[in-house]
Design a protein around this ligand. Structure first.
Ligand code: SAH
Length: 369
């Protein structure tokens, strides 16, 4: 475990920088200069910040650090998708995925090491939970990607055009770090990604969405996956605490608050014979009536140990057609990077599980517990 008492500057928002500078007896207008060094020029040493006074550089080096997560492995898919394994301060590792699609480049970042939610169809949940990532570690993933991808796309100023918090973890259970991280991603002095192109995805942590209403205007996605509470209680256990009606109500508030015809993305993993039947499509159509959304269907991506199956192409198509006929904008998310286990729900990293869930399962399976 890497312990550091130094300030983690990659996770500092513009406002936090301004306060820090004032505390240090400096002018707050230095904040943009420092942020540009960190997020536009990727320096890792204060001595490189040549337009900042020597005394401030020395002071910063004493109290603060520029800590980017260390990349320990990289995989490239034959479809161009790339996946990196990165070490967090906890000592465990998280995964991050880059998905190029024509002029668009989507980066899927992690917010936690492991996850507490244990959704039945997700590989991350099976490992249990280790720790939250810091704001610097969340922003650091974007910095690493921009830096490493730059040489491959010399004609592009910005390789990553979209960020989705759909990697490992539940972002809304780590909001103290996710909120500043997202602010830095959207700030021109950070990565300048538009608010419509930074998407926070949640399994349905209702109080977290309420907090987001007051703090950000990034896009929101919810992992719905079932059209009724009975089935959702089984697939996404947090539904037992925050049922569908409460979830949709708070999302409506979120979308209304943003105005500008903003919608919430509804994610729906299609699992063969579990939630992909005609009656599920019919229920979904009823449930989402008048709800300001776009629907993303994700054919289930298998991982070792799961008994769920991917539906046939026909079944996916039929489900999509029903929603489209009912007037919903509905996309099927094409599976990318499956040959390197980089698809949705396949990210596992290297997590030392503090809940020791794996061990518990094994003991239960062996009839010891
Ligand atoms: N905890 C957040 C973000 C991580 S999951 C959330 O639940 O939204 C990102 C997306 O991948 C979610 O929609 C999730 O439900 C989906 N997903 C998880 N496992 C999957 C699998 N095996 N196949 C396809 N999609 C999966």
């Amino acid at each position: 475990m890497i312990e550091s008492k130094k300030l983690d500057l990659l996770g500092y928002t513009r406002g936090q920088f301004e306060s820090l500078l004032v505390e240090l007896g400096e002018k707050s207008y230095r904040a943009p200069q420092i942020m540009k060094w960190l997020h536009h020029r990727y320096v890792d040493d204060f001595s490189q910040m040549t337009d900042i006074s020597k005394s401030l550089r020395t002071r910063l080096a004493e109290i603060a650090e520029i800590h980017e997560p260390e990349v320990t492995a990289e995989k490239r898919s034959k479809d161009g998708t790339r996946k990196w394994l990165m070490k967090s301060r906890s000592g465990s590792s998280v995964e991050m995925v880059f998905i190029p699609e024509g002029p668009r480049g989507t980066l899927c970042v992690s917010s936690q090491v492991g996850c507490t939610l244990d959704c039945t169809f997700c590989a991350t949940g099976k490992q249990g939970f280790n720790s939250n990532l810091t704001a610097g570690e969340i922003v650091g993933q974007l910095r690493v990607a921009q830096r490493l991808l730059g040489p491959d796309y010399p004609d592009r100023q910005r390789v990553v055009t979209n960020v989705v918090l759909m990697g490992m973890g539940e972002p809304l259970l780590n909001l103290d770090n996710v909120i500043p991280a997202v602010a830095i991603m959207m700030d021109d002095l950070g990565y300048g990604i538009s608010k419509r192109k930074v998407t926070i995805s949640t399994a349905g942590v209702v109080p977290g969405i309420q907090r987001l209403v007051e703090t950000t205007d990034a896009s929101l996605a919810i992992s719905l996956h079932a059209p009724n509470d009975e089935l959702r209680n089984e697939l996404v256990p947090i539904n037992r605490k925050y049922p569908i009606a409460e979830l949709l109500a708070v999302c409506r508030q979120y979308a209304n608050n943003l105005g500008e015809k903003r919608t919430v993305t509804v994610e729906y993993v299609l699992i063969d014979k579990v939630n992909d039947q005609p009656e599920h499509a019919a229920q979904l159509i009823g449930l989402l009536r008048d709800f300001p959304c776009k629907i993303n269907l994700i054919p289930f991506n298998p991982f070792p140990g799961t008994s769920y199956k991917t539906p046939t192409r026909m079944a996916v198509r039929t489900f999509q057609d029903k929603l489209v006929d009912a007037g919903y904008s509905t996309m099927v998310r094409t599976t990318r990077g499956q040959d390197i286990q980089a698809a949705c729900g396949q990210l596992v990293g290297e997590v030392a599980d503090r809940t020791r869930r794996q061990e518990r399962y094994q003991r239960i399976a062996a009839g010891v517990a």
